[in-house]
Design a binder for this molecule. Sequence first.
Ligand code: ADP
Ligand code: ZN
Ligand code: ZN
Length: 723
Amino acid sequence: MPTILRVAVPLPLPDPFDYLPPESVAAASIAVGARVRVPFGARELIGVVVGHGEVERSPRLRPILALFDPRPVFPEPLWQALLWAARYYVHPLGEALATALPAPVRERLDAPEGSHDQALRLRPDPAQRARLRAGSAPALLYDALVDGPQPWSRLRGLSPQSTSARRRLLQLGLVEPLALDAQARLATTAPPPLNAAQQQAVAALVASHGAFATTLLEGVTGSGKTEVYLALIEHALARGEQALVLVPEIGLTPQTLARFRERLAAPVLAWHSGLADGARARAFERARADTPMVVIGTRSAVFAPLPKLGLIVIDEEHDPSFKQHEGFRYHARDVAVVRAKHSGVAIVLGSATPALETLANVERGRFRHLRLDARAGHAQPPAVEVVDVRRERLQDGLGGKALDAIASALARGEQALVFRNRRGFAPVLHCIDCGWHGDCDRCERAFTLHRARARLVCHHCGRERPLPRQCPACQGEGLVAVGIGTERLEAALAQRFPTVPVLRLDRDSARSADQFERVLARAHAGEPCILVGTQMLAKGHDLHGVTVALIADADAGLHSTDPRASERLAQLIIQVAGRAGRGTRRGRVLIQTHHPEHALFRTLLGGGYPAFAREELSLREALALPPYSAQALLRAEARERAPIDQFLAEAAAAVSDDAVRVAGPLPAPHARRAGYERAQVLLEASQRSRLHAALERLLPVLHAHPLARRLRWSLDVDPIALD
Ligand code: ADP
Ligand code: ZN
Ligand code: ZN
């Protein structure tokens, strides 16, 4: 009986496909996890071997076209974590693997290493120099390296024979290749002496080295969590191991990278979805080495190979950007915990505002809990006030108290920060004469007014319209901009404080990493200024000049139908407050609201985030909401409502388990987007195992459904937003 290979291909199909091994290769010699090129219909695909099998006869099976490497492309613990994730998120394995091994990596992994990103350095034993003929190309190359490593791009031009000279020097063992990052940080800066709380945290974590354990490091903003991570990473590197650090999408700034590179005596690889194809393939290739190194990256870095992984750190573990919102909807923090378990290593989840899921895991005794309760160095916690704006006529969203606070900060030579979670000038353009307002016809949601660009822009589908001068309905002059966006705040503040720069940070003003950096660099320079922005501004930045932080409008988060809105608002308030007073002067935080008596403010200001979290957790428990239940959301969208409703209703009916509550089909909260009708079914169970059992029974029903190919559908396990 011929042995065949089961291959997962990067397509949304539930099962792997069978292939014969290539001519004259025994199937058994090809490991599970090896990358192969296979014929698929008229196409060729690069897939991954997921198993071996035996078949009676195989007249129609085709052989694998090419075998890149008979060994697995992922280290075993990562492979196990991937298999777990595909099952847990009920997602086709082929697509899950394709997420971990995206097309550019899949296709270019074995491409010759781009020589330009490599440097050379001399081996420590220079006695061999005598073996080189004076004046020869190898001798020239050798001499160019005497003062230190040089990038290949500079060495290549030394002589026409540079390439063969390099080969000769490598053969003789006179030089060795060096990653450029390693070269970049030849000088390391010394860490500050850790304070007592930091030392205790490091000691507790180092003591449990070498075994799987998940630890929540809950530290107020500015308490020095990053210093704890750095100390732990140094320990891992000193043991010859590798470290993986995940940060939120907007946390991976050049400053973050620079801070790690300055301090660590090993290559620090950046890993994020914005890497160009070649760079991504090279990062993957380099992360397959077993030398000490650090990978720091966003969500997808959880799949960095790192065969000698010794430590995982998730910074700002509560951040929603760790959850993927399309395709393979994994949560990088949760995959990382499983990966740490299979690797037998420690994982640290750091946050000032831990996710309620994480706190529930502490409560259940699954995670350890360490705290840093005070700011590091000399910074004090900021003073936070709720500002009642009910009886006030706000000027472009700004009340008298806020303006005074900003003015006095500037007068003292300090900086102010204004947070508003809406970009653009105003969320609505409205005609006071006839009631017309601009809506995107594909989404049935209001267009946002972008005044500087003179456009109406749909923030849901990206559609744009020129800004009308007159009302399109009544041709009147009664158009008014309603509501406040960051662009409007910027304009109002610039008019009010004409002598200082007003710097805006949002996805419009900082389209590129460069623009983002320029704004932050100006803020870091410390001159008086006003920073205005969205989430981008709220997180992580260590700006020592900011002493006043204003949340321009906290109201939307208080009355949302999304059960997670309070958690997000509380986290946001703490994060924004965390930007104020990080230097020597005490910070002040103002929160403008029309609901100053709201319980959330009382709890948060009275007892801080821990008190808020306790209350919110007991509320969730009483309502049997996550983390006290498990959810999955089946979404479907199509041009027409009818097929979605039928598909979802039949799916809902197929879940026949008393332990699983089924809600829907219901229109999605955002029921029409980019011209598609959207609806969903929510599945919920007190026991996760029951939910998963139901999903496993449901999946084949969905794949086989006659309508499944006529609409887009997806399953989202542990959804973090119900839209
Ligand atoms: P977090 O990650 O908790 O927000 P950071 O590690 O960024 O905190 O530290 C906040 C600030 O305090 C930084 O400017 C950092 O350099 C400083 N800092 C951290 N630990 C110490 C320490 N032990 N002594 C002095 N300053 C420290
Ligand atoms: Zn009108
Ligand atoms: Zn739209």
